[in-house]
Each structure stands twice: as structure tokens, then as C-alpha cells.
Ligand binder design. Structure first.
Ligand code: C2E
Ligand code: CA
Ligand code: CA
Ligand code: CA
Length: 274
């Protein structure tokens, strides 16, 4: 394919075909890594803002590549989505996270589900089986989705979201405010939680109007009876503003970074003993 120069037609440019080949190689590598057990899950605590206790944790997939070391999910998730591997990877994360949470006292776990996983009606069965296998009460599982899911095929999304609510799991709209029409979807679908994207949280201090935007999201959440989690809290100033403005939950490097499951168990034991 490489010998096709710019200007020839009917083929992708060399740059694009190089990219496609790199993607294919990464896809093969993901498949291999899954079989070889190179993926693992870290958990980032989400805190009750007022009480400063851990309410739940967000499961975040990690890949420890034998040659390349840690590869970011921001790099491999999109490839897994394009190459038909997100179902296998996402299902594995779900089962792993449910099993981990079942061993922790009381707290919930949230799992990111890709819009591509929503194209498959089998998702309901995958979630039900993960819960049953772990013996986890459904209300302790939260599914985080982005509004992209709802844009694609609203009818099908509604069916699946209603199905998930029927199982008893909680639903969070992730990265709220970063897409096109979050507001329309918010009150038309059965969400329990809004997660404010970290761009908005950063803007609390970086821009004059930033705090006003966050306050507007918080009052929207209150009006709709939704819990609001602020993501990417990195500074004391942000935390102070979010506390005063009555944001229900906070998550971010200031409070805790994503960590192995064993550390979560230790943190909870410490808090319980305190
Ligand atoms: P996300 O769902 O928005 O996850 C939050 C990301 O923000 C995580 O990045 C987390 O480590 C990072 N983060 C948390 N607190 C802070 C902070 O205070 N400051 C900053 N700068 N970052 C913070 P991570 O783990 O690299 O994941 C990136 C994205 O990859 C996630 O964004 C999510 O979209 C996707 N992802 C991760 N795990 C999964 C998964 O199991 N399934 C799917 N479908 N997507 C996943
Ligand atoms: Ca998320
Ligand atoms: Ca997010
Ligand atoms: Ca994101």
C-alpha cells in the first residue's frame, strides 16, 4: 500500500494507511494482552463532600504492556472501540470491578461503559451476570455513560437504560457539559448522577465565569433530584468552592488518585477503625 503516492486515487494516503496499520497492530496487541492478563483495574475514590467519607470508587482500566510499560486508556480504549474489542475488554472490567466491590463493606463502584457497548443488546445480560457472579447488590453498581450513547439511537438507548434501571443499578452521565445536548437528555433519561467534567472544575479558578457555570449545573442537579459529582478536583480552592456550593460528591487527585483494589480495602479499614 505504501507505494501509492499522494495524488493517486482510490487508496488512502500513505499517512492514513500507516495509521491504520498502527491501529491494527495495537488491536492485535490488545487481544494478546487480554489473553496474557496484562490488564488490571485501578479504583479512584469518590468522596461525600461534607462528610469526607468514601461513598464509592470509579473503576479505571489499566494496561501494563511488557515492552511499552503503562499505556493510557485514552490511547487504547478508542482502538478497542474501533476494532471490536471493547465488548470483551469492557465486560472483563465490569466483572472485575463487581467482584472487587463485593469484598468491600458497603461502598459502591462505578464502571465506564463505552457507547459501542450500548450498540449490543447483550449488555443487559453482561451486567446481570457480573452482578450475580460477584453477589453484588445492584444498587452498589453505577454505570457511567457519556451522552454520545444517547445521540446515536435514542430509542435503543432508552430501552437499555430502562433495562439497567430495571436491574436496579444506578446511572451516571459522565463528562457532563462537554457534548452537544446534555440538557435535553438529562431529564428524558433515568439518570441518578451527573458527573461534572474536570474542564469545568478547572475553570472555577481559571476563569471569572467558571464558578457560575458550575453553580448552574449544581442547581440543575438539585432541581432534577440528581446527585452531582465534581471530577478532577486538584486544588483546595476548587474543593472549598464546591463545598460551599453544595456539590454532593468530589473526586480528584487532591483527595485520592486511582489505586489498586488492595489499597481501597486498606483505606476503608483505616476509616472504619478511626
Ligand atoms: P473518565 O471516565 O472521565 O475518567 C476520569 C479520568 O480522569 C481518569 O483518567 C482519571 O485518572 C483522571 N483523573 C481523576 N482525577 C483527576 C485529577 O484530579 N486531575 C486530572 N488531570 N485527571 C484526573 P484515565 O484513567 O486515564 O482514563 C481516561 C479515560 O479513559 C476515562 O475518562 C474514560 O473515558 C476512559 N476509560 C478508563 N477506563 C475505562 C473503562 O474501563 N472502560 C471505558 N469504556 N472507558 C474507560
Ligand atoms: Ca468516568
Ligand atoms: Ca469523566
Ligand atoms: Ca472522559
Amino acid at each position: 500500500v505504501k507505494q501509492h503516492r499522494r495524488g493517486s486515487y482510490g487508496f488512502f494516503s500513505p499517512e492514513i494507511s500507516d495509521q491504520l496499520m498502527a491501529q491494527r497492530a495495537l488491536a492485535d496487541d490488545i487481544r494478546r494482552g487480554l489473553a496474557a492478563g496484562e490488564f488490571f483495574v485501578e479504583y479512584q475514590p469518590r468522596f461525600d463532600t461534607r462528610e469526607r467519607t468514601i461513598r464509592s470508587v470509579e473503576a479505571l482500566v489499566r494496561w501494563s504492556h511488557p515492552q511499552r510499560g503503562r499505556i493510557s486508556p485514552a490511547e487504547f480504549i478508542p482502538v478497542a472501540e474501533r476494532c471490536g474489542l471493547i465488548g470483551a475488554l469492557g465486560g472483563w472490567v465490569l466483572r472485575t470491578a463487581c467482584a472487587a466491590a463485593a469484598a468491600w463493606p458497603g461502598i459502591g463502584v462505578s464502571v465506564n461503559v463505552s457507547p459501542i457497548q450500548f450498540r449490543d443488546d447483550g449488555l443487559l445480560g453482561v451486567v446481570a451476570e457480573a452482578l450475580a457472579a460477584a453477589g453484588l447488590a445492584p444498587e452498589r453498581l453505577e454505570i457511567e455513560i457519556t451522552e454520545g450513547v444517547l445521540l446515536e439511537d435514542a430509542e435503543r438507548a432508552r430501552r437499555l437504560l430502562d433495562g439497567l434501571k430495571g436491574l436496579g443499578v444506578r446511572l451516571a452521565m459522565d463528562d457532563f457539559g462537554t457534548g452537544y445536548s446534555s440538557l435535553i437528555y438529562l431529564h428524558n433519561f433515568p439518570f441518578d448522577v451527573i458527573k461534572i467534567d474536570r474542564q469545568f472544575v478547572a475553570d472555577i479558578e481559571h476563569r471569572q465565569s467558571g464558578r457560575a457555570v458550575v453553580q448552574a449545573i449544581l442547581s440543575l442537579g438539585r432541581a432534577l433530584g440528581l446527585s452531582v459529582t465534581a471530577e478532577g478536583v486538584e486544588t483546595i480552592g476548587q474543593l472549598a468552592a464546591l463545598t460551599i456550593d453544595q456539590c454532593s460528591e468530589v473526586q480528584g487527585f487532591l483527595l485520592a488518585k486511582p489505586m489498586p483494589g488492595g489499597h481501597i480495602a486498606a483505606l476503608l479499614a483505616q476509616a472504619g477503625a478511626a
